[in-house]
Write a protein that binds this ligand. Structure first.
Ligand code: KG4
Ligand code: ZN
Length: 385
């Protein structure tokens, strides 16, 4: 494979020209993946066989929850500094656990966004340095694409499928049609689902991260005590909105202050059941839009930290049953942010010859479907950002 030199500004970068490269079908490839877009510092090595089957050789995730917990949420500056401190060691451990050397890698992938820009720069720059030193292709992966492709690593799932991505930063329903082919069917017009859980937890005095705390409290609570609004119910588009519900919980909590433990449990139960109704309604619409446009999906796939919630998993089972489609939820460690999903997305792209140049930019915002022509009848189903 030929190497090439070219000038960018005052620097001369060396990169391998792999755009358009078709890897021999039977060749298994090894890819290192780096994730630093939020508060997890992670690295992993995966193998992708010529038959498209994946294998995780190592997967190291260091959560920064302890660093951020005193502030009740992720502090971008603390996150970026922690990534700087931790990443080199985590990459070294991932390589050692996998038992491979840099020279054996077919590529190095990093999440180039969307996310907190300081962290993204740390991960992407590290990947660029490895790519440069070891003359290996760089894969600047969209973090959302990595979530979207994970079920092909865990379940060898065929396209097209419907992804429900619900994390602290994202709430989206996405038609996954192929590698690099995504149509966003719905998104949140305000808060992300995980963010709403975290904010409700904070206003009720529960520690960060709030999702698991709210779920635990809700189990002890009476969901019928409050009748909170069900956002967006019955709307023909597949978008979400959480801020009205969050405000309703806040108003009720301030009206009742001081709160007894049972009040907190009941507020959490009332909030969670409203979320369940909203998710079911929005996904019913999303799956209908999917089928009208692309035919039946091979599965409904859930990813993101919120998919760890047992009550939400129950609602997803019902939605999938109603739509007569399979429900696929990757194991929790691969639903939440990790390096294996970045490595896998990189490997899927590399197998198609889709590599990136060494001046690939880090991106705070990066829509999954920005390069795809959205079918006209779906154009008004998406929020404006
Ligand atoms: O995917 P993730 O680990 O990180 C990113 O946000 O990228 O998701 C974390 C989010 C947090 O907002 C957290 O509160 C939420 O997922 N979460 C939950 C649960 N576990 C985590 N939300 C509801 N119920 C849970 N059991
Ligand atoms: Zn994520």
């Amino acid at each position: 494979m030929a190497s090439q030199c070219y000038a960018v500004g005052s620097k001369t970068l060396v990169w391998r020209r792999t755009q358009g490269l078709t890897l021999a079908d039977e060749t298994p490839i090894l890819v290192l993946g780096i994730e630093t877009t939020c508060d997890e510092t992670a690295a992993a090595v995966i193998e992708r066989g010529g038959d498209g089957q994946g294998r995780i050789l190592s997967n190291i995730v260091r959560s920064q929850i302890e660093e951020h917990a005193p502030f009740g949420g992720v502090v971008p500056e603390i996150a970026a500094r922690a990534h700087v401190d931790l990443l080199d060691g985590i990459v070294a451990t991932a390589m050692k656990d996998a038992g491979v050397t840099f020279s054996q890698l077919a590529g190095v992938a990093a999440a180039a966004g969307p996310g907190l820009i300081g962290g993204v720069i740390v991960g992407l720059t590290t990947a660029k340095a490895i790519a440069l030193v070891h003359d290996t292709p760089l894969l600047a992966v969209n973090h959302l694409e990595a979530h979207a492709l994970t079920p092909r690593l865990t379940n060898a799932l065929a396209f097209p499928y419907c992804l429900f991505l619900a994390s602290g930063g994202h709430t989206q329903i996405v038609a996954v049609l192929g590698v690099g082919k995504y149509v966003r069917l719905g998104t949140t017009v305000d808060d992300a689902l995980g963010e709403a859980f975290d904010k409700v937890a904070k206003m009720l005095g529960l520690p960060y991260p709030g999702g698991p705390q709210v779920e635990r409290a809700a189990v002890q609570g009476d969901a019928a005590r409050f009748n909170f609004p069900r956002p967006m119910l019955g709307r023909p588009d597949a978008n979400f909105s959480l801020s009205g519900l969050k405000t309703a919980v806040r108003n009720e909590a301030s009206r009742m202050t001081p709160l007894e433990p049972q009040d907190i449990n009941d507020l959490c139960a009332g909030f969670q059941v409203a979320v369940l109704d909203s998710i079911a309604d929005r996904l019913n619409v999303g799956l209908r839009l999917f089928t009208e446009q692309f035919g039946p999906p091979t599965a409904l796939v859930a990813a993101g930290g919120v998919a760890a919630n047992q009550a939400i998993r129950g609602a997803l089972r019902e939605v999938a049953g109603h739509a007569r489609t399979e429900l696929v939820i990757p194991p929790p460690a691969l639903c939440t942010d990790n390096g294996a999903m970045i490595a896998w997305a990189g490997a899927e792209r590399l197998a198609l010859g889709l590599t990136d140049v060494l001046d690939a930019p880090p991106r705070a915002r990066w829509r999954l479907d920005e390069n795809i022509e959205v079918p006209a009848n779906l154009a008004n189903t998406r929020a404006s950002f």
